[in-house]
Design a protein around this ligand. Structure first.
Ligand code: AMP
Length: 216
């Protein structure tokens, strides 16, 4: 199974990708996570990407095309994968087709479009935090004690992504609407394309995705 989780930043792609990854035993490939790790390790890619990411802009296609080529040729992606955050441009979608054709993959590619209203996304993302102790992502809107991690119990370990500041969130949404949203048209003739309401509860979104995947 090859899945693309498509949608605006903060719509829940990462959350669903993690759930589906453990359900279907296929790797979750988040280009945002790969880039953040490169930034932390100060690799050449990280150094080139950092400022662009901090502003909420897209990392140039030439870097992203190279990255996806390497990641999808990895042995771990052989039996399928869940892409989260890729493709974000038409050129990236075309590259993905090329790579999959070269790999002579027999797996079917399904595109899951998660939708949500911009204002809800701003509300969600500005309250998103990562626990620096266990790495889990939480939302301050949905936990009782905002000083304690519900996963590992650590106190005051929440950190906020630089690109989760409101002005940057709004820029990321602008980039999404202008550049990334049109990519969905590229997949309109793909036999396995579904739109799911990303504002539903996490379990409901998963149930709808699974229900749709079974039908295809
Ligand atoms: P994400 O974690 O998916 O929200 O990605 C965080 C940031 O990484 C984005 O705002 C972009 O700057 C960069 N990024 C991630 N994936 C891509 C991609 N496919 N193309 C270009 N930039 C990307």
């Amino acid at each position: 199974m090859q899945l693309i989780l498509f949608g605006a930043p903060g719509v829940g792609k990462g959350t669903q990708a993690k759930i589906l990854s453990s359900k279907f035993h296929i790797p979750h490939i988040s280009t945002g996570d790969i880039l953040r790790s490169a930034v932390n390790k100060k690799t050449e890619l990280g150094l080139q990407a950092k400022e662009i990411m901090d502003k909420g802009e897209l990392v140039p296609d030439d870097l992203m095309l190279k990255l996806i080529d390497e990641v999808l040729h990895d042995e771990k992606a052989k039996n399928g994968f869940i892409l989260d955050g890729f493709p974000r441009t038409i050129q990236q979608a075309e590259k993905l087709d090329d790579v999959l054709e070269n790999l002579s993959s027999k797996n079917k590619l399904c595109v899951i479009f998660l939708s949500a209203d911009d204002e809800l996304i701003v509300k969600r993302l500005s309250m998103r935090r990562t626990c620096s102790a266990c790495g889990n992502i939480i939302n301050l809107n949905y936990i009782e004690d905002p000083s304690s991690c519900p996963y590992c119990g650590s106190k005051n370990t929440f950190i906020k992504r630089k690109d989760d500041e409101e002005d940057i969130i709004r820029n990321r949404l602008k980039v999404f609407h202008e550049t990334t949203a049109p990519v969905i048209n590229y997949y309109k003739d793909n036999g396995c394309m579904m739109e799911v309401d990303g504002t539903l509860a996490v379990e409901e979104v998963t149930a709808k995705i699974v229900e749709n995947l079974v039908k295809h």
